[in-house]
Ligand binder design. Structure first.
Ligand SMILES: Cc1cc2nc3c(=O)[nH]c(=O)nc-3n(C[C@H](O)[C@H](O)[C@H](O)COP(=O)(O)OP(=O)(O)OC[C@H]3O[C@@H](n4cnc5c(N)ncnc54)[C@H](O)[C@@H]3O)c2cc1C
Ligand code: SF4
Length: 486
């Protein structure tokens, strides 16, 4: 612990985001970096407490799922030893440049300082360490000295697939990653928008992974271009990391009108067009001059708000069926659990700046969608709801007399995902859990079929980038034990 009194001397500070006016005019990242002096002070706030919950990674308690050695690199940052901090960080985290940008920072929710003062700015310190190392040319390909002669196919190149491929390659196996999209990265590339995670950051890492010896085959869909059975026959082991790509649908009258899209399709087409042609190829779904309604008040909904605003939408509303969260932790959600509190994210900030209001409407649901004579959506009918106990299960019930009509020419469904697509699962006969995810023994990644593993959202259900990396990394270790035993 570098500075024993640091947590008393310095307040929590973060570099200011780019102002709303400036950032909504482009697609660049909205976060900025601190100068080093200010960052070192933030590192000094870490108390190196005896029981650092920040790296426990327990889904029920909180902390970093990667087991990042946070107090150690906080101390090294305070001392200005950035290269050593990077080495500590790399022991547990293969891609800190992703988590340092998009992780909700589970570690900060369980930081001991957070019991009585704002938590240490762990996530910001993490991204600073890795970005500085990239800038200084210190992040270089680590090519394994010995190859085992074993081959592994990883299906899907999202964070779980990349983490899995990275670890297997490091252990000397020859890894081929199959990806059905034209670019690798999964939701890092075609889900999370550029203003949150610049795609050059993703491509920079992909180049390193390729130089380390991983083969990437894009535009190849397993189960269609190559059968899953053939893949299993061709490789010594296969790890499926296909995500949880089946979106939850909105089942109301008028669902088949034009102008209604799943949020992921809206976001994917926007990023693809942005990368292919700087949005000049007309292949994205435009929100320009439209009243946009987003069903879902979560993070994907926020990404749709930010994207619609950058297109120049007329108005934007987010409908959220759950009640508004409190600003402070509630007693049933104590430290060190992840605090379930209300946050105002970048999309909401931008809406407040432009339209003078938070776009979220709570305890509200869409009851009917109405179109014009051409079959294009023109209205969303809504109702307030109350949550009632129906046979032991809390269920939303519409409140009579609370109905409203919202003008809408673009409706985006951001209601989460029901689970992975089922075609590969069915083709191979993989067992699934009651939520349709691939079934593995608790804490393991092996499926009911020998030599076949599953990781990421496809196994645990819709989750976070940091959990996907954790799963990919640990599935690789289990796959390695299997290959060694073979
Ligand atoms: C819009 C959006 C924003 C999000 N923002 C955040 C955030 O800010 N922070 C955060 O922590 N989490 C966020 N998440 C969640 C996070 O992105 C996911 O939990 C994470 O990406 C899951 O990783 P994965 O590798 O399991 O799957 P994915 O990232 O979904 O990757 C799966 C990959 O498999 C490929 N694939 C699927 N089937 C096949 C096949 N048959 N053959 C070949 N390839 C196939 C897909 O094309 C895809 O590239 C967000 C999710 C969404 C939808
Ligand atoms: S990966 Fe997430 S939880 Fe882990 S240290 Fe980084 S910000 Fe915290």
């Amino acid at each position: 612990m570098g500075k024993p009194t640091g947590f008393m001397e310095y307040k929590r500070e973060l570099p200011p985001d780019r102002g709303e006016k400036e950032r909504i005019a482009d697609w660049g990242e909205f976060h900025t970096h601190f100068d080093e002096k200010a960052l070192r002070k933030q590192g000094a706030r870490c108390m190196n407490c005896g029981v650092p919950f920040c790296h426990t990674g327990d889904p029920l308690v909180g902390g970093c799922p990667l087991g990042n050695l946070i107090p150690e690199w906080n101390d090294l940052v305070y001392r200005g030893k950035f290269e050593e901090a990077y080495k500590r960080l790399s022991l547990t985290s293969p891609f800190p440049e992703f988590t340092g940008r998009v992780c909700p920072a589970l570690c900060e929710g369980s930081c001991t300082l957070g019991m009585h003062e704002p938590a240490v700015t762990v996530k910001n310190i993490e991204v600073h360490i890795i970005d500085k190392m990239f800038e200084e040319g210190k992040v270089v390909p680590q090519i394994p000295e010995v190859r085992t002669g074993k081959t592994v196919a990883v299906v899907g190149s999202g964070p779980s697939g990349l983490a899995c491929a990275h670890m297997l390659n490091k252990l000397g196996h020859s890894v081929t990653v199959f990806e059905r999209a034209d670019r690798c990265g999964g939701l890092l590339m075609y889900g999370i928008p550029n203003m949150k995670l610049d795609k050059r950051i993703v491509m920079r890492r992909l180049e390193i992974l390729e130089k380390e010896g991983i083969t990437f085959r894009t535009n190849v869909e397993i189960g269609k271009d190559i059968s899953a059975e053939r893949l299993v026959g061709d490789f010594d082991a296969v790890v499926f990391c296909c995500g949880a790509a089946s979106p939850r649908d909105l089942r109301v009258e008028g669902r088949d009108l034009n102008g209604i899209y799943f949020a992921v399709d809206f976001l994917r087409r926007n990023t693809k067009s942005l990368l292919d042609s700087d949005l000049k190829d007309d292949s994205f779904i435009s929100a320009k001059n439209k009243d946009v309604v987003i069903i879902g008040g979560g993070d994907t909904g926020t990404d749709c708000v930010g994207t619609s605003i950058r297109h120049g939408c007329k108005s934007v509303t987010q409908l959220e069926i759950m009640p508004e969260l409190t600003v402070e932790r509630r007693s049933e959600n104590p430290w060190p659990q992840w605090p379930r509190i209300k946050k105002v994210d970048y999309g909401q900030e931008e809406s407040i700046y432009l339209y003078g209001k938070d776009p979220r409407t709570y305890l509200t649901t869409a009851t009917k969608l109405v179109g014009d004579v051409y079959g294009n959506i023109k209205e969303v009918h809504t109702s307030k709801v109350e949550w009632v106990n129906a046979g032991g299960r809390m269920t939303p019930r519409n409140i009579p007399g609370s109905e409203k009509v919202l003008p809408c020419q673009l409706l985006l469904i951001a209601m989460g995902f029901t689970g992975p697509e089922q075609h590969i699962i069915k083709e191979l006969g993989l067992k699934t859990d009651p939520r349709s995810n691939v079934l593995t023994p608790a804490g393991k990644y092996s499926t009911n079929l020998k030599g076949i593993f599953a990781a990421g959202d496809m196994r645990r259900g819709q989750s976070l980038v940091v959990w996907a990396i954790h799963e990919g990394r640990d599935a690789a270790l289990e796959c390695d034990s299997y290959l060694k035993s073979k």
